[in-house]
Design a protein around this ligand. Structure first.
Ligand code: ADP
Ligand code: MG
Length: 293
């Protein structure tokens, strides 16, 4: 009877929009008491928009957008897409970078129109000894306090501007968090984004535990740390950044709207990218197991 019950479970899963890697996955749903949720692309849509540009020292805004947009055009990161699209809308054709490097979790670096350009977190600039002028630092704190993601633009060793981007919380996320709590899971928000933005999103969807400013390679350590505390961890993510953490988690759930790397690493895929289905998946698996016993 056992194999039949498992087949029923996985078949019902497909109807709900859940792809289950194998029947053995169901076992891991039983103990999960913590659910780690990636922010960008999982709790939020990941479709960001460029909202504002703030320049320093009389820098030309169009020049900032041309150079930053040209560089970000070569990156697939949600922040990069927002910057490139916003810049193209304002200034038209963007120059192609002669050199390009992606610095995961921090930003991008490259050569555009003969300028050595950086776009990313303040830390990216700091690591390269580029200071953020006081007027830009104050503007950044204000924008982050309002829940916006802020990246700095620098070239030839000087910070020139800030770009403010934001994406929207998915309209299903608040309901999803409530359903996950109803199943006895404690939600934790995990992100590489800054703490102020993370806190704003967490408050909006009803999450109390936040781990922010985590570099991509360190996300897996956050899962390990929770496991070391004796917690059984389900993780939901969408990005290449999330793959190792999804594999480390006791139960990995990948957003079907995300990257292939995440789906390959996960035990389950939420086909439509609806986070509420994560709760459905856990409830269904537990019920299927109860039927088997
Ligand atoms: P998350 O964990 O929320 O999915 P990431 O780890 O991918 O986010 O990125 C963390 C932060 O690094 C972003 O919020 C952004 O500030 C910065 N960043 C990463 N990639 C880029 C990029 N291509 N351009 C600008 N900023 C970037
Ligand atoms: Mg993400």
């Amino acid at each position: 009877a056992t194999p039949t019950a498992l087949m029923v479970g996985t078949g019902r899963g497909a109807q709900l929009g859940i792809l289950i890697k194998g029947p053995e996955v169901l076992e891991n749903t039983r103990r999960a008491d913590t659910v780690v949720l990636d922010k960008t692309g999982t709790v939020t849509t990941g479709r960001m928009t460029l909202l504002a540009v703030r320049t320093a020292g009389g820098e030309d805004e169009e020049e900032v957008l041309r150079l930053a947009g040209g560089l970000e055009h070569a990156s697939e990161h949600p922040v990069a897409r927002a910057v490139a699209a916003g810049a193209a809308a304002r200034v038209g054709d963007l120059p192609s970078p002669a050199e390009f490097a992606n610095i995961p979790g921090l930003g991008v670096r490259g050569v555009v129109d003969g300028r050595d350009v950086l776009v990313g977190r303040a830390r990216l600039l700091r690591d390269r000894s580029v200071a953020l002028p006081a007027e830009l630092a104050a503007a950044r704190d204000e924008a982050e306090g309002a829940g916006r993601t802020v990246v700095a633009v620098a070239w030839d060793g000087r910070a020139r501007a800030l770009l403010e981007v934001a994406d929207a919380v998915r309209d299903t996320s608040t309901e999803a968090v409530r359903r996950l709590r109803d199943l006895g899971l404690t939600p934790v928000l995990l992100t590489g984004d800054n703490a102020a933005v993370a806190e704003a999103v967490a408050a909006e969807v009803g999450i109390d535990e936040v781990v922010a400013e985590v570099l991509p390679e360190d996300k897996v350590d956050v899962v390990k740390r929770l496991q070391a505390e004796g917690r059984s961890v389900a993780m939901v993510g969408d990005g290449v950044n999330d793959a190792a953490a999804l594999a480390q988690a006791d139960l990995g759930l990948a957003m079907g709207t995300g990257t292939d790397a995440a789906m390959e690493a996960g035990d389950l895929t939420l086909v439509r990218g609806d986070l509420r289905v994560a709760a459905d998946a856990i409830r269904l698996s537990r019920r299927t197991l109860a039927t088997i016993k």
